[in-house]
Design a protein around this ligand. Structure first.
Ligand code: NZQ
Ligand code: ZN
Length: 386
C-alpha cells in the first residue's frame, strides 16, 4: 500500500427531513447567496424547505446554473457576490450547482486578473469563501469532495479545478429528494458513481485489501439497488443506499494508498465539451474501450472484479477479465445507457484526433496509473469507442 494522508472536513447530515438543519450549520450573521439550477427545486418542494430554513438569514438568490456549469453564467454570480457583499454560499442542486458554487468559492477570494486562470493554471484554492450544500441528485460525489469541473462554451472547454479549501462545510443528504429525479438523470447518477469507483480500482494490485473491498462493496451495492431505485424512486431504503454509495464513491476514501487512473474522465470530459453529451454517458462510451486497450496492464484487477463483483469464477485470468468488461458494458446498456459515440452523434469523425491534439497542447502526455497513456494511445481508445 502507498503512503497517504487523509482529511475530509465535510460534515454529512444524512436522512429524512434533514434540510431544515442548514439553519444551525450556517453562521448566524452570514449573508447567504442561495445558488440553484434550472428550477427543478421549485417544482419538487426543495426550494420551499430551504427558504423556510433560511427565514432568519439575510439571503440573496442566484438561479439558472445549467448542467455542466457554464463559466459565463458563473461570472454573473460572482458579480452578485461582490456587489451584495455575500459571506456564505449555499448550493442547492446536483453536481453542476455544487461545482459552480465551488468555482465561486474560489473565485470570490481570487486576486488574479481573470478567474478562468484558476482552471487553466490549475490554481489550488487553500481557503475559499465558506459554503454548504443541499444535494438534490446523487451522482458526482461533489457534496463531499474538493473538486469541480467547469465548462466554457465559448471555447468548447471543460476543465477541472480544486484544492483543500473547496470541501463543503456541510452537505445535507435527504434521500427523499430522489423522488422527483427523471430516469435519465438517475441512470446517469448510477453510471457516474460506478465509474468513479472503477477509476480508483481498475489499475494494478498493490495489496490494499481494505480499499479493494470498499470499492467492490460500493459497486455491488450500486448493482443491487439500481433496479429498485429505477422501479420506485420513493423506496427509501434503496434510495438511501444509492445516495450514500454515490458519496462514498468519490469522497477520497477509496483512493487512499492505491494507484488511480482517471483517464476515462479526462477523455469523457472532452466528449461533453465537444458534443454536450451527459457526463456519465461519456464515461460509458470510453470505459469499455479503455479497458480493452489497456487489457494487459489491468487484467489482474479486471479478473478480481469479475470474481468478486460479477461472480465470474470460471476460466483463465484473461477470460474473466474480458468477461468483466462485457458485464460492465451490459450493465450500462441495461440501464438504458448507450456505449458508442455514434449513438450520440453522427459527427464523430475526427474526434479522436482532436482530443489527442488537445491533450498534447495541454501537455497531458502521460495519463493513467502508469502515466504512460500518451495522446497517440488516447486517439486509439477514442476511435475504438466510435
Ligand atoms: O437544473 P435543475 O433544474 O436543478 O435540474 C437538474 C439538471 O437538469 C436535474 N435535477 C437535479 N436534481 C433534481 C433534478 N431534477 C428533478 N429532481 C431533482 N431532485 O438534473 C439535471 C442534471 O443535474 P446536474 O447537476 O448537471 O447532474 P450531475 O449531478 O450528474 O452533475 C454533473 C456535473 O458534475 C460534474 C460533471 O462533469 C458535470 O458537469 N462532475 C463533478 C465531479 C466532482 N465535482 O467531483 C466529478 C464528476 O466526475 C463529474 O465530472
Ligand atoms: Zn464522473
Amino acid at each position: 500500500m502507498n503512503n497517504f494522508e487523509f482529511k475530509n472536513p465535510t460534515k454529512i447530515i444524512f436522512g429524512k427531513n434533514t434540510i431544515d438543519k442548514i439553519a444551525t450549520e450556517i453562521p448566524k450573521n452570514a449573508k447567504v447567496l442561495l445558488l440553484y439550477g434550472g428550477g427543478s427545486i421549485k417544482k419538487n418542494g426543495i426550494y420551499d424547505q430551504v427558504k423556510t430554513a433560511l427565514a432568519k438569514f439575510e439571503t440573496v438568490e442566484f438561479g439558472g446554473i445549467p448542467a455542466n456549469p457554464e463559466y459565463s453564467i458563473l461570472v454573473d454570480a460572482l458579480k452578485v457576490i461582490k456587489d451584495e457583499k455575500i459571506t456564505y454560499l449555499l448550493a442547492v442542486g446536483g453536481g453542476s450547482v455544487i461545482d459552480g458554487t465551488k468555482f465561486l468559492s474560489a473565485a470570490a477570494v481570487y486576486e488574479g486578473d481573470t478567474p478562468w486562470d484558476i482552471l487553466t493554471q490549475n490554481i489550488k484554492t487553500e481557503k475559499g469563501m465558506p459554503f454548504g450544500t443541499v444535494l438534490t441528485l446523487p451522482a458526482t460525489g461533489s457534496e463531499m469532495n474538493s473538486g469541480a469541473v467547469i465548462t466554457r462554451k465559448e471555447t468548447q472547454e471543460k476543465l477541472a479545478m480544486g484544492g483543500p479549501g473547496l470541501f463543503p462545510e456541510f452537505s445535507v443528504l435527504d434521500p427523499q429528494v430522489i423522488a422527483s429525479i427523471p430516469e435519465r438523470q438517475l441512470v446517469n447518477g448510477i453510471t457516474d458513481a460506478f465509474t468513479h469507483v472503477l477509476e480508483q480500482y481498475m489499475t494494478y494490485p498493490i495489496g490494499a485489501l481494505l480499499q479493494d473491498r470498499f470499492a467492490e462493496s460500493i459497486l455491488q451495492t450500486l448493482i443491487e439497488v439500481a433496479p429498485k431505485v429505477l422501479k420506485d424512486t420513493t423506496d427509501y431504503n434503496a434510495t438511501a443506499n444509492f445516495m450514500w454509495s454515490c458519496t462514498m464513491a468519490l469522497n477520497g476514501l477509496i483512493q487512499k494508498g492505491v494507484p488511480t487512473d482517471w483517464a476515462v474522465h479526462a477523455m469523457g470530459h472532452e466528449l461533453t465539451a465537444l458534443f454536450g453529451i451527459d457526463h456519465a454517458r461519456t464515461l460509458a462510451v470510453i470505459a469499455p474501450s479503455h479497458y480493452k486497450f489497456n487489457f494487459e496492464a489491468k487484467k489482474e484487477k479486471l479478473a478480481q472484479y469479475a470474481e468478486r463483483v460479477w461472480n465470474i469464477t470460471e476460466g483463465t485470468i484473461d477470460d474473466k477479465a474480458y468477461a468483466a468488461i462485457e458485464k460492465t458494458e451490459h450493465f450500462f446498456n441495461e440501464l438504458g445507457i448507450d456505449t458508442k459515440l455514434s449513438d450520440y452523434t453522427k459527427e464523430y469523425e475526427g474526434t479522436a484526433e482532436k482530443i489527442a491534439q488537445r491533450f498534447t497542447d495541454r501537455g497531458w502526455l502521460g495519463l493513467g496509473e502508469h502515466q504512460t497513456l500518451s495522446p497517440d494511445k488516447v486517439e486509439k481508445i477514442v476511435k475504438m469507442a466510435y
